[in-house]
Design a protein around this ligand. Structure first.
Ligand SMILES: Cc1ncc(COP(=O)(O)O)c(C=O)c1O
Length: 424
């Protein structure tokens, strides 16, 4: 069979395990190798493995990892069409490890609009602890980026579609600009998933993402992955990874593999339900604005159509009446769950006040998190039930339907540095 296997087949069967084909039968569902340590027959076998660079299971945290982890990694590599993958204990570990590997004191990194804790990495770790210069750009227009590049710029970090604004930046153009300056592009594609966006086809160098969300899909395992070429993954695997100690647990790796088997089906449902809910919310008089790439009103709708094969399950919207009304509406929901994280069976809702509590209101508004902002991760429930839930919750709030969105507090700041008011 020469035909390239589709993403559904690959997510179920892709990759290889070191113990495969050892017996005439094998388990259909992957084994969990929970052992932390793997014993050798002799001391010489151990030394042979070390000095001849043989890949045997050695210690779960270490470079020659556990067979369950190795199977997850090779399956993800097949799914992404990449040479190699390093699975990590969380998405944050994957992003952190990648940035720390690529950057040293004196280097410069540019970040577009990213997940709040990725901005935190720039400010609190790269900047405050490693002496790396950083520029955070509050823009979705890639043409705004070149003037911030200098001779020390090594990395461009992007989150597409970003959490929580769900805006999109032109990845192909970003890669062209970055590569012309010898800059490495790291992408966080957590909100999209490889089913909805094939970022390596657009030339990104590294994907550093969370497995906790869509790839696992059931909200029951935290994990992350770095996906790239074999040379880079090997360097991180034998460098910072065992020293920082951020291996994913075998049980979580196994849970992610079970989730992967339905990823292609789940993403279709997330895409369909989110589109239906976004269309409903956009037509609602108590909603000021909806951000969903599948809506023609989205500022990068045409770009998203080119870059994505599905628009995803994530959306945000602004309730008229500000944070008070958004809070009342959120509290009135019956089916949706109030809480952080996303990409699972349950529809999850989080207000801007919840997710960005550590930023001042001025910073929130200039980032686009207007009072009344909520982010929704559309789950796998029946779309009609979700729409009915938002309908009844919106009915319960009293707002001035003629209210308009506030203007950003100061003139729009392209380069910015949000004030972190608490580090809890
Ligand atoms: C876009 C994005 N990337 C990465 C992460 C971090 O993922 P994890 O929770 O697995 O550390 C998150 C978490 O919400 C996220 O939203």
């Amino acid at each position: 069979m020469n035909k390239k296997l589709g993403p559904g087949t690959t997510a179920i069967h892709g990759g290889y395990g070191p113990y495969d084909h050892a017996l005439p039968t094998e388990p259909v569902v992957e084994a969990i190798h929970q052992s932390t340590t793997f014993a050798f027959e002799t001391v010489e076998d151990h030394q042979n493995a070390i000095f001849n660079n043989l890949v045997y299971p050695l210690y779960t945290r270490a470079a020659s990892g556990n067979p369950t982890l190795r199977l997850l990694e090779s399956r993800l590599a097949a799914l992404y069409g990449a040479e190699a993958v390093l699975a990590t204990s969380s998405g944050m570990a994957a992003i952190n490890l990648t940035l720390m590997h690529l950057l040293k004191p004196g280097d410069h990194v540019i970040m577009g609009r990213c997940y709040r804790l990725t901005h935190n990495i720039a400010q609190l770790i790269l900047g405050d602890k490693m002496g790396v210069e950083y520029t955070l750009l509050n823009s979705d227009d890639i043409n705004d980026f070149p003037k911030f590049i200098n001779e020390r710029t090594r990395v461009l970090m992007l989150d597409v579609p970003n959490n929580p604004l769900i805006t999109v930046i032109d990845l192909e153009q970003a890669v062209n600009i970055a590569h012309a300056h010898g800059i490495t592009v790291i992408l966080d594609d957590t909100c999209a998933s490889p089913i909805n966006m094939q970022a390596f086809d657009m030339g990104v160098d590294i994907i550093a993402c969370s497995l906790t969300k869509y790839l696992c899909g059931h909200g029951n395992a935290v994990g992350g992955a770095i996906i790239s070429n074999a040379k880079l993954i090997k360097a991180i695997r034998s460098g910072l990874y065992p020293r920082i100690g951020c291996a994913i647990s075998p049980f979580n790796a196994w849970l992610v593999m079970q989730g992967l088997k339905t990823l292609h089906l789940r993403m279709l449902r997330h895409n369909q339900s989110a589109q239906a809910l976004a269309e409903f919310l956009e037509g609602h008089p108590k909603v000021a604005r909806v951000f969903y790439p599948g809506l023609p009103s989205h500022p990068q709708h045409e770009l998203a159509r080119r870059m994505m094969s599905g628009f995803g399950g994530m959306m945000s919207f602004v309730v008229k009446g500000g944070d008070k009304a958004a809070t009342a509406m959120t509290n009135a929901l019956k089916v949706c769950k109030i809480g952080t994280s996303f990409g699972q069976a349950e529809t999850m809702i989080e207000t801007g006040w919840m997710s960005h509590y550590e930023w001042s209101m001025e910073d929130r508004i200039s980032f686009g998190l207007y009072p009344g902002f909520v982010r929704v991760s559309t789950g796998l429930e029946d779309a009609d039930d979700l729409i009915a839930d938002f309908d009844q919750a919106l009915t319960q709030i009293e707002v001035d339907v003629n209210e308009r969105l506030p203007e950003p507090a100061s003139e729009s700041r392209l380069e910015w540095k949000p004030t972190i008011t608490t580090k809890e």
